[in-house]
Write a protein of this length. Structure first.
Length: 208
């Protein structure tokens, strides 16, 4: 995410046009009540893996002015929990993002964000963690590609599982939080960011 933010801020893909985001896995992989019990976690896929996707999509798109969405729940039929949530987000500059959070991804865990600009596209995915940029110098021109693979993370992911990556991300979050407390510039989500992610998920997370 930080590499994508760096590329975006340097103008490598021009101005943002739209964003396409997806996160999914099979709900059979997780039986914890804080995932499937609406009385504990308050909703379905949009409040589970979708909450991170909403937060990150909003990070790249900017503040959201309008939300439209749909949800389905015919597969797992967990009470008051959708299997799939679909959102269309629009900011004040009329930039659009489409987003899907799913509990019916039969291929295993998938996570991706694609940021499309006037001069190319930045693609993020994990696991494995990869950032790719497709870039042109003029509309309709030849496309060049560059991929950032973060080899040390990939090695440790295979040696110690994906949990190693998650733990390291938590450590980094705490380090960034400490910077914020000291009044230093930090890449850390605020309480308002968390509130907006929950508000956006809650606006459409009821099973239709």
């Amino acid at each position: 995410m930080q590499k994508a933010d760096e590329l975006l801020r340097k103008g490598w893909i021009g101005n943002i046009d739209h964003i396409r985001s997806y996160a999914g896995y099979s709900a059979s992989d997780h039986g914890h009540p804080w995932i499937h019990d609406a009385a504990v976690m308050g909703g379905g896929a949009l409040r589970d893996n979708g909450i991170h996707l909403i937060d990150l999509t909003r990070y790249f798109l900017g503040e959201i002015d309008e939300v439209t969405g749909f949800s389905t729940g015919i597969v797992w039929q967990f009470p008051d929990c959708e299997d799939n949530g679909y959102l269309v987000l629009r900011n004040s500059s009329n930039r659009i993002a489409t987003l899907q959070a799913s509990w019916t991804e039969w291929k295993g865990f998938r996570f991706s964000i694609e940021i499309y600009g006037s001069l190319g596209c930045i693609r993020l995915s994990c696991f494995p963690m990869v950032t790719q940029i497709l870039q042109t110098h003029q509309t309709g021109g030849a496309i060049t590609r560059k991929t950032f693979r973060f080899p040390w993370i990939h090695v440790m992911e295979h040696l110690k599982s994906y949990r190693w990556v998650i733990i390291k991300s938590f450590v980094q979050e705490m380090n960034e939080f400490a910077k914020a407390v000291r009044g230093e510039p930090a890449q850390i989500a605020t309480g308002f960011d968390g509130l907006r992610a929950v508000e956006i998920a809650s606006s459409v997370c009821q099973v239709k």
